[in-house]
Ligand binder design. Structure first.
Ligand SMILES: Nc1ncnc2c1ncn2[C@@H]1O[C@H](COP(=O)(O)OP(=O)(O)OP(=O)(O)O)[C@@H](O)[C@H]1O
Length: 678
């Protein structure tokens, strides 16, 4: 069983080169059971060994086939081990402590044990605290010498304590316990074995855990996991040794002598480990806390309580009633799928992104529409001059909605006209008048239906189409969507027209199917407004479904009104100028501008020219303000200087007076003195 062991496993454990060499030799000679060397031939058979020093283990039981470094501080234990290595009984018994409190104070280095904290526990007291089933283990270097205070235990066979022989160090009589005989051809055992071995994740997990936990299994070739090396017992022990489960659970595996039951127990522990490792990779911080608690099933529970799917469950909870039944079914299905993948190491990315889109749509959320015709009329007049036909049509729409209480959102309005006549801006103000959210979708140059209908989920980096993106962005089911420049659709074999038709057709768009979402969504509440410069270029089927409103170019007189009442005010505001700061351009100036510079049908160029003029005025104003400030500063500084000189002069005069007065006093006093002397 142990002949496949290599030096690699040992070297990582030993501290210096010499101990490494010694240990290597020791292992190569010790573990080759089938080819005993001279030294080995002298050692007693393991089955003859009935009395062993009992070493308490803090963190986990020693599983046969694994080895475990152990620090021994108690000199009596060390002496007993020294004595036993001389050949009488070169084995020790390793028994797990039942109590958890010692484990928390043990060495932090995983897999290393220390017994010094158990110094006070002796004899029967210690016997009571350890499990009675443990592992008979050889220890390294039992042939040569004990390296300092470290012993490396190599798990060999299961052992059960029968009685205490010596109190200090605890020495016990023990009997070797054997696995229950089993039928190798038993279908259930075979099936369980295949289930564990056949799991592709098991191999990855085993290699990962071996590396991560720095566990060494003596049955492995240079760290290469080879499941075919195992018989049923070995596989069960191997799983128990690597799973890193709760120590009591591993002890259960150690104590289980029925191979079928042991395999079953290990299968469960490995499953739990998968969950823990996966969860640790996603939530390392929270996992660390859970790990600290050392509650194996507790942390599995923790994972359950913090599933990825919970984010989506929380998100849909308040709107569950409003989500259509067929969509809800898909969401539930995908949530279950996400849970399954999460627990099984599968990739959750695509499901996560799918659910992220599907649950973020504004199911049943509509903005409150305002069907007040007078208010709408006021807003439309506020934003645009003229355009009576468009305004009238919108007011009709609102009036019908007012009477029926149901907006006829299924109409498609197409505003057609030359550039700059206000098609886009009027659509924006219609949305404002109706109280709907506004979304502009530029379809000019669109060449692929996937831009409207999304990509199928099978493609990497697939995303939904523009319409789904629009709904997510606006957050309501009834926005006003402007399909700008619909007459400039790209020529492509990928049929963007077909996709647009499906989007706009009132008969179809109540069940619009986005390839990414793959569930029909209702777009019937969306008010579509299209713009086109030339409706002759529109595909027949599309044009057929639209209500076209022509916006002709403006006359010079209309442009005058637009410029004076709208454009000048807008531009002035944009340039940050107050009305009192600038004289409104005279009608003559505006007319000259319109007639000489802006002869096109729309007013976009007129707006640009007005902006140009206002920028020049802004520059002049700022320059004037700057020079006025500079002049003020000059003035202030000259005034200060003058004031300063006056103050100085006054001070000088005051001082001169004081001096004169003093001189006079001094002269008077000297004069009187002379008089007295005389
Ligand atoms: N009747 C109007 N009253 C007030 N402003 C107007 C009017 N018509 C156009 N405008 C202004 O002219 C500018 C250009 O308008 P807009 O961008 O809506 O033109 P368009 O018809 O959509 O042009 P294009 O076909 O090039 O997209 C906007 O600032 C808009 O406010």
């Amino acid at each position: 069983m142990l002949k496949l062991f290599t030096s690699h496993h040992v070297t990582s454990r030993l501290r210096n080169r010499s101990s490494h060499k010694l240990a290597r030799r020791a292992f190569l000679t010790t573990l080759t059971d089938s080819k005993p060397t001279d030294t080995v031939s002298a050692k007693p058979c393991i089955d003859d060994c009935q009395t062993v020093v009992a070493l308490p283990l803090l963190r986990e039981p020693l599983i046969p086939g694994f080895y475990m470094p152990l620090y021994v501080k108690d000199p009596k234990v060390l002496a007993a081990l020294q004595e036993s290595k001389s050949g009488q009984a070169p084995y020790a018994g390793a028994f797990l402590l039942k109590d958890d409190k010692y484990a928390s104070t043990a060495s932090s280095y995983y897999g290393f044990e220390t017994v010094n904290i158990l110094d006070k526990l002796k004899g029967k007291e210690l016997l009571k605290k350890i499990y009675q089933v443990g592992t008979c283990s050889g220890y390294i270097p039992y042939i040569l010498s004990i390296q300092g205070k470290q012993v490396i235990l190599v798990g060999r066979k299961r052992l059960q304590i029968t009685e205490m022989v010596n109190r200090n160090p605890l020495t016990v009589k023990a009997q070797h316990i054997k696995d229950k005989p089993y039928d190798k051809d038993d279908e259930v055992i075979k099936a369980t074995y295949i289930e564990v071995i056949g799991d592709s994740n098991y191999r990855k997990l085993a290699e990962f855990l071996l590396q991560k936990r720095r566990r060494n299994f003596t049955g492995l070739r240079a760290g290469i996991f080879d499941a075919t090396d195992f018989n049923y017992q070995k596989l069960a022990d191997f799983g128990a040794g690597i799973c890193g489960a709760n120590k009591h659970k591993i002890q259960e595996v150690l104590e289980e002598l029925d191979i079928h039951k042991r395999l079953d127990l290990v299968k469960k522990l490995v499953e739990i480990t998968k969950i823990r490792e996966f969860h640790a990779s996603i939530f390392p911080v929270t996992y660390a806390t859970a790990e600290d608690k050392k509650e194996e099933y507790g942390s599995a529970e923790y994972v359950k309580q913090n599933r990825l799917s919970d984010t989506f469950r929380k998100r849909i909870e308040p709107i569950k009633e409003k989500i259509p039944k067929h969509v809800l079914e898909v969401i539930e299905e995908e949530l279950a799928n996400l849970d399954r993948k999460e627990y099984g190491f599968g990739s959750t990315d695509s499901i996560y992104s799918y659910l992220d889109w599907l649950t973020a749509l504004p199911w049943g959320n509509c903005s409150d529409e305002n069907f007040d015709v007078l208010r709408a009329e006021k807003i439309l007049d506020e934003d645009h001059y003229g355009l009576h036909v468009v305004k009238e049509r919108i007011l009709e729409f609102i009036a019908v909605a007012n009477l029926t209480g149901n907006p006829e959102g299924r109409k498609i309005i197409c505003l057609s006209g030359p550039p700059g006549v206000g098609k886009t801006s009027v659509a924006r103000s219609v949305a404002r008048a109706l109280g709907r959210k506004f979304f502009r979708l530029a379809v000019g140059g669109l060449s692929d239906s996937s831009e409207i209908k999304g990509d199928r989920r099978v493609y990497i980096g697939a995303t939904p189409g523009k319409m789904v993106q629009c709904l997510k962005e606006v957050g309501t089911e009834n926005p006003l969507v402007l399909l700008d420049e619909i007459d400039k659709l790209g020529n492509s074999c990928r049929d963007p027209e077909g996709a647009l038709l499906e989007l706009l057709d009132p008969e179809q768009n109540a069940h619009f199917l986005d390839y990414f979402l793959d569930v029909p969504i209702d777009l019937s509440k969306v008010l579509f407004v299209c713009t086109a410069n030339n409706i002759d270029r529109l595909p027949g089927p599309l044009l057929d479904r639209m209500e076209v409103i022509e916006l002709a170019g403006y006359t010079a007189d209309e442009k005058m009104h637009i410029a004076r009442d709208y454009l000048v005010k807008i531009v002035q505001r944009k340039c940050g100028m107050k009305p009192e700061q600038v004289n409104v351009m005279s009608d003559a100036a505006l007319l000259s501008l319109i007639e000489n510079y802006c002869r096109e049908a729309g007013v976009r160029n007129l707006q640009k020219q007005i902006e140009k003029i206002f920028r020049k005025i802004a520059l002049k104003l700022v320059r004037q303000q700057a020079s006025a400030k500079a002049a003020m500063v000059d003035l202030e500084s000259s005034e200060t200087a003058a004031e300063g000189s006056i103050e100085l002069t006054n001070e000088y005069l005051r001082l001169a007076d004081v001096l004169k007065c003093d001189e006079r006093k001094r002269r008077d006093s000297s004069h009187s003195c002379q008089k007295n002397n005389v």
